[in-house]
Design a protein around this ligand. Structure first.
Ligand SMILES: Nc1nc2c(ncn2[C@@H]2O[C@H](COP(=O)(O)OP(=O)(O)OP(=O)(O)O)[C@@H](O)[C@H]2O)c(=O)[nH]1
Ligand SMILES: [Mg+2]
Length: 412
């Protein structure tokens, strides 16, 4: 679960007065006892970080802080530490109690607003009472998103996660690395790009161009070939390429033509880190092994501008899945922004990994599928899996490979 570089994770800070239950709330959301909790004010002194995957947000870092109303010289230093955290989080949780708001909450909300950092106000300890109505009215008037919760009673935790998801900035982090984190300066990468009827005229598609750019940004070099030239090109290379990246549609041939000591992956697998939660998509791919004749599969296609994309989602993937399951499957295809509320009829959801989908949209679909215990994967992983090469194409992402194996053992 730890293969996302920290810089790519959404950082969420918890702020509030001492004893309001910041640490309790973080522990409840995380489902672990990470931060020390006690009824003594001032329990948390230095910021405490917890890195994890949390649906529907994906990879995140929670930062628990010391109370903003801390007193004395050391208290003032702790308070400054907490305020420094404000500057490095993508999202804030301001924790208050049902007694209502004080200047501490108002000040920290103003600081977050000043930094254009979205935040959620959580009234914790709502097992003890409800916040004053005039306070709620004020918040509604100011359009402050707020949730009433209880860390100790585990109340409204899902509501908090949903609200955070909707508040999260679309691109919370620096430009993500597509392949650069797998490379060292001087490495050579071989890219396998089929030029068939589906290829756009006169150019390459975005994931291919982005990969080339990222290779160059990493001070590495790349060789771009069609699948037919791959074996010949590899045999002529005097240095072993660091990795071969191919289009999913030619993964079987690329796998046969790439010697086993050279890592191989696909453009869609590289993209799946940025178009969803790669680890959980890999876990979902494991469920392909459990497909049986008669099962129903939902294919969700987000773009409709590409004739070949229809062909992949509507014809090729259903056919490959049928062959893999050894009998007929019922495949339903939904396009665009449609996504059924009720996924219970489905044994698997396969989402296109395409250029039109945002990470946030896929994460939300993964979250909805996860809540209904329906495994979900994407086109690229499904294609590699039905061709029998997913173990190989995931090998450069060990956490994803582990997730796939555990999904294959025990779907979802
Ligand atoms: N009744 C009730 N008590 C809670 C709740 N959440 C936390 N507490 C209690 O409030 C006390 C303080 O909780 P902490 O989580 O340590 O609070 P904190 O905001 O992290 O405090 P500092 O680290 O001192 O700033 C503890 O005794 C908790 O058990 C809640 O939802 N309901
Ligand atoms: Mg604390």
């Amino acid at each position: 679960m730890q293969d996302t570089p920290k810089g790519l994770r959404l950082h969420i800070g918890l702020f509030g007065r001492r004893n309001v239950g910041k640490s309790s709330l973080m522990n409840a959301l995380v489902g672990q006892s990470v931060s020390i909790v006690s009824d003594l004010a001032g329990t948390t002194t230095d910021p405490v970080e917890k890195t994890l995957e949390m649906a529907p947000l994906g990879p995140i870092v929670f930062v628990d802080t010391a109370g903003l109303d801390d007193v004395g010289a050391v208290g003032e230093m702790r308070k400054q530490r907490s305020l420094q955290v404000l500057d490095r989080v993508d999202l804030g949780i301001v924790v208050a109690t049902p007694e209502g708001l004080t200047d501490y909450e108002r000040d920290v909300m103003a600081l977050l607003t000043e930094r254009k950092t979205p935040f959620l106000l959580v009234f914790n300890k709502c097992d003890l009472g409800a916040p004053p109505t005039e306070c709620l009215a004020e918040l509604d008037r100011d359009k402050v998103v707020h949730v009433r919760a209880s860390a100790t009673e585990a109340q409204a935790l899902d509501q908090i996660k949903e609200a955070l998801f909707h508040l999260a900035p679309e691109n919370p982090v620096d430009e993500p690395r597509l392949i650069g984190d797998l490379l060292s300066p001087g490495d050579t990468v071989v890219l396998v790009v089929p030029i068939d009827l589906g290829a756009p005229k006169g150019r390459l598609i975005l994931p291919q161009v982005q990969t080339i750019r990222d290779v160059l940004d990493s001070d590495a070099s790349c060789v771009v070939v069609k699948e037919r030239e791959l074996a010949d090109t590899l045999s002529k290379m005097t240095v072993r390429p660091r990795i071969v990246v191919c289009d999913s549609q030619v993964v079987l041939k690329a796998s046969a033509d790439t010697p086993p000591e050279i890592p191989l992956t696909t453009f869609s697998i590289l993209m799946s880190r940025f178009k969803g939660d790669m680890i959980r998509l890999a876990h979902g791919a494991g469920a392909i092994n459990a497909l049986r004749p008669g099962d129903r599969v939902l294919i969700t296609e987000s773009c409709s501008h590409h004739s070949l994309a229809d062909d992949i989602g509507r014809v090729k993937i259903p056919r490959w899945l049928r062959q893999f399951a050894g009998g007929d499957l019922q495949t339903d295809v939904v396009a665009g922004k449609d996504f059924p509320d009720d996924l219970s009829p489905y044994a698997l959801v396969v989402q296109c990994g395409g250029c039109m989908v945002t990470r946030k949209m896929v994460l939300h679909r993964q979250y909805l599928a996860g809540r209904q215990n329906v495994p979900m994967t994407n086109y690229g992983m499904a294609i590699s899996q039905v061709q029998g090469v997913l173990e190989r194409t995931l090998a450069c992402f060990p956490a994803a490979l582990d997730a796939f194996r555990s999904g294959a053992r025990r779907p979802n």
